[in-house]
Write a protein that binds this ligand. Sequence first.
Ligand code: PEP
Length: 254
Amino acid sequence: MNKERKLIIAGNWKMNKTVAEALDLVRSLKLELANVKEVDMVVCPPFTALEAVSKAILDSSLRLGAQNMSEQNFGAFTGEIAAGMLKEFSVRYVILGHSERRQYQKESNELISKKGLAAHGASLKPIICVGETLAEREGGQTEKVLESQVRGSLAGFSKEQMAETVVAYEPVWAIGTGKTATTAQAQETHAFIRGQLVKMFDETVARKVRIQYGGSVKPSNARELMSQPDVDGALVGGASLEARSFSDIIKNSI
Ligand code: PEP
């Protein structure tokens, strides 16, 4: 597929996989994806499997991501993990502001932007998630919600930092539900988000930023979604837990 930006496809394993299960999965992924060069491929295991997976993927083109981190660099923050600690395991990417964290941990746009800045401070690339609920889409609020999430979650980023940031558009109603945005909805919304990046930064930066789609991506819909000009990859939940479905998503997107 001829794309303006290199595709980036990331698997968000959420709270799944013991160390042994994680190693099984990456061993299979390494075999399935050994020849893929066209896509940046990222796996995001739970914190407890980062070290083992980091070692297991050393000789592959898979890259490591984390699912969250603290906005603080160190100190008395029980249960938190800092960007510098992720760097110890050669983590390159960190998912921030996933809708599950916005919903269950009540993460705000302001907190997400602080985390993003802390990630950049440690040379980690943040994957910043945005997306509207079904009620917001049905109420005609999609653009208003996305504008405030994009502006709030990326507040304070320099142009250089923004160019190294990935945005994931994940309509909340499509996550884990089997419902996918139509390709037209995805393209229209991604173009809207890119337009916001033009306003906040500039055209050159906006053209560099990769915007992933997330929400029930599967092998059967990956190609069509990825063929849209402003869809630059995918953030995959459920289908990233099995080697066959995740690698088929990647291969079908090329
Ligand atoms: C996600 O949670 O980031 C996600 C996209 O999940 P799923 O692919 O299972 O809808």
